[in-house]
Design a binder for this molecule. Structure first.
Ligand code: SF4
Length: 363
């Protein structure tokens, strides 16, 4: 197949779903780890056409959702500092911390701007030399090379009023932590397609080799996802866990080496706190000492508090695949996209937002 339309062909989708039904010999639980997969599964109505015996659960693959509440408070604190402009991706602005969101801080007078890339933040820094422009650096391996490039650009061009709030996370250590959770009951994993473009499919081999988990790297069109589910069912039926690359038009086994070199040039791994998963060794990144001036936490001495989830919110459990949104007593009553309690209801890639937006009939 060459064109997007072919991956959305209804006849192909129907025949793949029939093939999945034939191959499904017992109840099977598959986790999609990427928030973009979660949304694609809902948007294309795949849950409605898949057999009841196949359960899809979401994992910790939405960067906004895994950002812990203490970091939201720290973002707001920096935003409240004199002569600071905060730049952020749109979803993050509405995630509530313990005493409000960045949107609330903006309403109270802080200069907070939505940008589409860290390059926009560099432009804002150039235009506002008397202000410190801070980019909220969230996202996984897909976004991190862009952030590394922006730091290198600022370093080369001696732009001293640009820095990041380092909150990026890398995916393999989080998946390893999930695998060590004895309460996790999944038979297979749809590996994240975008992250795999950078890491390569080999980055997930440890899941099948060390934990016996069946894995398939999937793209984001309906046929991509169904083909990856079929690959998982074949592995499960054969009892032969491995990593199948079902997104070969974008993902190679070794990934994007240049992008990873860019990351290694700028960042060093550190322990990082994830919503729901706790602190995971080596799962975060901060600028190396050479680039320490581009880290606002070191520049302004910002500490990140450890805070609990909002009362009643089950985002942490949802991110571990233990609960579904309709098991949260707040879902759709107190917590809605216009009045979110947790990040899973805010983010475009959040599981609760997907359930709410596409309705229970699509489950
Ligand atoms: S419905 Fe709202 S409160 Fe409940 S888990 Fe989802 S985001 Fe959290």
């Amino acid at each position: 197949m060459k064109y997007i339309d072919e991956y959305r062909n209804p006849d192909l989708v129907r025949s793949l779903s029939a093939e999945i039904e034939r191959k499904l010999t017992r109840p099977v639980r598959i986790m999609e780890v990427c928030g973009t997969h979660t949304m694609a599964i809902f948007r294309h109505g795949l849950r409605r056409i898949l057999p009841d015996k196949l359960q899809l659960v979401s994992g910790p693959g939405c960067p906004v959702c895994v950002t812990p509440p203490g970091l939201i408070d720290a973002f707001c604190r920096v935003a409240g500092c004199k002569d600071v402009i905060i730049t952020t991706f749109g979803d993050m602005i509405r995630v509530p911390g313990s005493s409000g969101s960045l949107a609330d801080t903006r309403a109270a007078g802080a200069d907070i701007r939505i940008v589409y890339s860290p390059a926009d933040a560099i432009e804002i820094a150039r235009d506002n030399p008397a202000k410190l422009v801070v980019f909220i650096a969230i996202g996984f391996e897909t976004t991190i090379p862009l952030i590394a490039a922006s730091i290198l650009q600022a370093y080369r061009e001696d732009i001293k009023n640009f820095c990041i709030f380092p909150a990026n996370k890398i995916m393999p250590p989080a998946l390893e932590t999930l695998m060590q959770d004895t309460r996790l009951t999944i038979d297979g994993l749809l590996c994240p397609g975008h992250v795999s473009i950078i890491t390569g499919s080999d980055a997930f081999s440890f899941l099948s080799e060390d934990y016996g988990l069946c894995c398939a790297v999937a793209g984001f069109e309906p046929a991509d996802i169904l083909l990856a589910i079929l690959a998982l069912l074949e592995q499960i039926n054969e009892g032969s866990p491995r990593v199948d690359n079902c997104y070969a038009r974008a993902v190679t086994s070794s990934g994007n080496i240049k992008a990873r070199e860019l990351i290694e040039e700028v960042f060093i791994p550190v322990d990082s706190r994830w919503r729901g998963l706790g602190t995971i060794a080596g799962s975060g990144l901060v600028p190396k000492q050479r680039y320490a001036d581009f880290d606002v936490t070191r520049r302004l001495g910002i500490e990140v508090p450890e805070l609990d989830e909002p009362p009643g919110c089950l985002c942490g459990e949802i991110l571990k695949g233990r609960k579904m949104p309709n098991e949260c007593p707040l879902f759709g009553k107190i917590c809605t996209p216009s009045a979110p309690i947790g990040p899973c209801m805010v983010s475009n890639e959040g599981t609760c937002a997907a359930w709410y937006r596409f309705g229970m009939e699509s489950i």
